[in-house]
Design a protein around this ligand. Structure first.
Ligand SMILES: *Cc1c(COP(=O)(O)O)cnc(C)c1O
Length: 463
C-alpha cells in the first residue's frame, strides 16, 4: 500500500459548492452506530472491525471491493421484526433487497417468511430449504412457467396484480388440480417516499389494481367466483424508504374500507391484510428510522382501530420489510485508487468499484456516508465525492461526504448501509466483475456469494 502526497482539496472554511451535506462532523473517526452495523467498531490501532475481524484482514483475504455482511446484525434485525409483530402477524422478508442461500437459511431459522418476485428468486428460496408455504410470490408480469412452478411447489400465496393474472393463475391452478391461496394487490392512491407521502393521483403506475373506480372491488368479485382460487386477503405496498407512518394510516383506512365493502356485498370477511414494506433506514446520520416495535405497534393499532370502526374482525396482518432488515447490515469495502482535488469544488476520490456495485446513487440520487476504515486520521476534513471506475460521469457512489485531507491511494474506505439493493442490482457494466458478499460473525468470515470471475463472463459469451 503506497501512500503519496497530494495537494489538499477545499477546506470546509472555504465557500463550499452546492450539495446535500451538513457541516463536517466533529470527528471523522467516529463510526456512527446509526449507519454502521451493530458489531462495527475500531480496534486499538484504529482499524475498523466487524464481527471481530478487522477490515485490512478482510481486504487481504477477499480483495476489494467487497460487500461485508454482519450476520449477527442481520439475525438481530430479523428477530426484532419477528418479535415485534408476534404470533398474530407474519413478517415476509422482501427477497429482492438481497437474496442468497445463506440469507434464506437465516430467515428460516429466525422464523420469517419470504417474498419472491421471479423464478430465480423462487429457485434460490427453495434450494435453501425455505418451506414453500412460507413463500409469497409477487410481480406484475409473472410468466406462465413461473406461476406453474410456484403452484406445483405449493407456495403459500400468490399476490395477484392484474385482471389477466386472476384468470391466468386460476386456470393454471385448476389444470394442476389445486386450490391456490391468493391476495389481491390494490393501489390505494397513496405513495410514500422518505418523509413525504402523497395521498392522491398515484394510481398512475404499473403495480396493483386501482381502488378508484371500483376496479379493486371488481377484481375481488371475479376472484371469489373462481373455485381454484382461495382469496385470503388484500395487499397494499405504498413506497420505499418511508419514515412517516401517516401514509400507512391512509392506506390501512382504504384497505379496510374495501374489506368492509366485500363483507357487505359477499358476506365474507377476508382474513388477511398485507401492508407491504418500505420502512426507511439511516443512510446518513441525519436519518431517524423507527424501531420495529414502534412500527408494529403503530400498524397494529391503525388496523384494529379501522376494523373496529367498520365492525370487522381484525384480520391477520403481514408486512414485507426488505431494506429495513438487510440494508444496515452490510458495508461496501473499497480501496482508494486515485484522488483529484478540484480547486473550489471538491476532492474526487476514485475507488475500485462504482455504479456496478451501487447503482442507487445514480438511479435515485440516493445519499450515503463514507469513512476511512483502514486507519484513523487527525487531518482536517475535506469535502469529497466518492466515484467509481466506470466510463460514465454519473458513476458516483457517495455524492458529498467529508474525508480526511491526508487520504491516500491504498487506504481502505467503506460505505455503510449497502446491504439492500446494491448486490441485488449489481451489473457487469464495463465488464467489471461483481463483488463477493462476505459474511462475518464471531471472529469468523466466509464468502456467501463469491466474486465473479472473467471466466464467468466469458462462459456466457458463447462467441
Ligand atoms: C419492494 C417491495 C417490498 C420491500 O420494500 P423495502 O423498501 O425493501 O422494505 C415489499 N413489498 C413489495 C410488494 C415490494 O415491491
Amino acid at each position: 500500500m503506497s501512500r503519496s502526497a497530494h495537494p489538499a482539496g477545499p477546506r470546509h472554511a472555504d465557500v463550499l459548492p452546492e450539495g446535500h451535506y451538513s457541516a463536517p462532523p466533529a470527528d471523522l473517526n467516529t463510526l456512527d452506530p446509526k449507519v454502521w452495523s451493530q458489531t462495527v467498531t475500531r480496534d486499538g490501532d484504529g482499524v475498523a472491525t466487524v464481527g471481530g475481524i478487522d477490515v485490512k484482514t478482510l481486504a487481504e483475504q477477499y480483495g476489494t471491493p467487497a460487500y461485508v455482511l454482519d450476520e449477527a446484525d442481520f439475525r438481530a434485525r430479523a428477530r426484532a421484526w419477528r418479535t415485534a409483530f408476534g404470533h398474530d402477524a407474519d413478517v415476509f422478508y422482501a427477497g429482492k433487497a438481497f437474496l442468497s442461500r445463506a440469507i434464506v437459511r437465516w430467515l428460516h431459522e429466525e422464523g420469517l417468511n419470504l417474498d419472491v418476485c421471479s423464478g430465480g428468486e423462487l429457485a434460490t428460496a427453495l434450494s435453501a430449504g425455505m418451506p414453500a408455504d412460507r413463500i409469497a410470490f409477487h410481480g406484475n408480469n409473472k410468466s406462465t412457467e413461473e406461476i406453474t412452478r410456484a403452484i406445483e411447489n405449493g407456495v403459500g400465496r400468490i399476490v395477484l396484480d392484474s385482471f389477466q393474472e386472476i384468470v391466468r393463475v386460476a386456470h393454471i391452478a385448476r389444470e394442476l388440480g389445486k386450490r391456490q391461496r391468493v391476495q389481491i394487490r390494490i393501489t390505494v392512491g397513496v405513495e410514500a417516499h422518505t418523509h413525504e407521502f402523497i395521498a392522491t393521483a398515484h394510481e398512475d403506475q404499473k403495480f396493483g389494481i386501482p381502488l378508484a373506480g371500483g376496479q379493486a372491488a371488481e377484481a375481488v368479485r371475479r376472484a371469489l367466483q373462481l373455485d381454484s382460487l382461495e382469496v385470503i386477503g388484500i395487499h397494499s405496498h405504498i413506497g420505499s424508504q418511508i419514515f412517516d407512518m401517516s401514509g400507512f394510516e391512509v392506506a390501512a383506512h382504504r384497505v379496510v374500507g374495501l374489506l368492509k365493502d366485500i363483507r357487505d356485498e359477499h358476506g365474507v370477511e377476508l382474513p388477511e391484510i398485507d401492508l407491504g414494506g418500505g420502512l426507511g433506514i439511516a443512510y446518513t446520520s441525519d436519518d431517524d428510522p423507527r424501531e420495529p416495535h414502534e412500527i408494529a405497534k403503530a400498524l397494529t393499532e391503525i388496523v384494529s382501530r379501522e376494523c373496529d370502526a367498520a365492525k370487522l374482525r381484525t384480520p391477520r396482518i403481514s408486512v414485507e420489510p426488505g431494506r429495513a432488515i438487510v440494508g444496515p447490515t452490510a458495508f461496501t469495502l473499497y480501496e482508494v485508487g486515485t484522488i483529484k482535488p478540484l480547486d473550489g469544488l471538491r476532492t474526487y476520490v476514485s475507488v475500485d468499484g462504482g455504479m456496478s456495485d451501487n447503482i442507487r446513487t445514480a438511479l435515485y440520487d440516493a445519499e450515503y456516508s463514507v469513512a476511512l476504515v483502514s486507519r484513523t486520521s487527525d487531518a482536517e476534513p475535506v469535502l469529497a465525492r466518492v466515484v467509481g471506475k466506470h466510463c460514465e460521469s454519473g458513476d458516483i457512489v457517495v455524492k458529498d461526504a467529508f474525508l480526511p485531507a491526508d487520504l491516500a491511494p491504498g487506504d481502505l474506505i467503506a460505505v455503510p448501509a449497502t446491504g439492500a439493493y446494491c448486490r441485488s442490482m449489481a451489473s457487469n457494466y464495463n465488464h467489471v466483475l461483481r463483488p463477493p458478499v462476505v459474511a462475518v460473525a464471531d471472529g469468523e468470515s466466509r464468502v456467501i456469494v463469491r466474486r465473479e470471475t472473467e471466466e464467468d463472463l466469458l462462459r456466457l459469451d458463447v462467441g
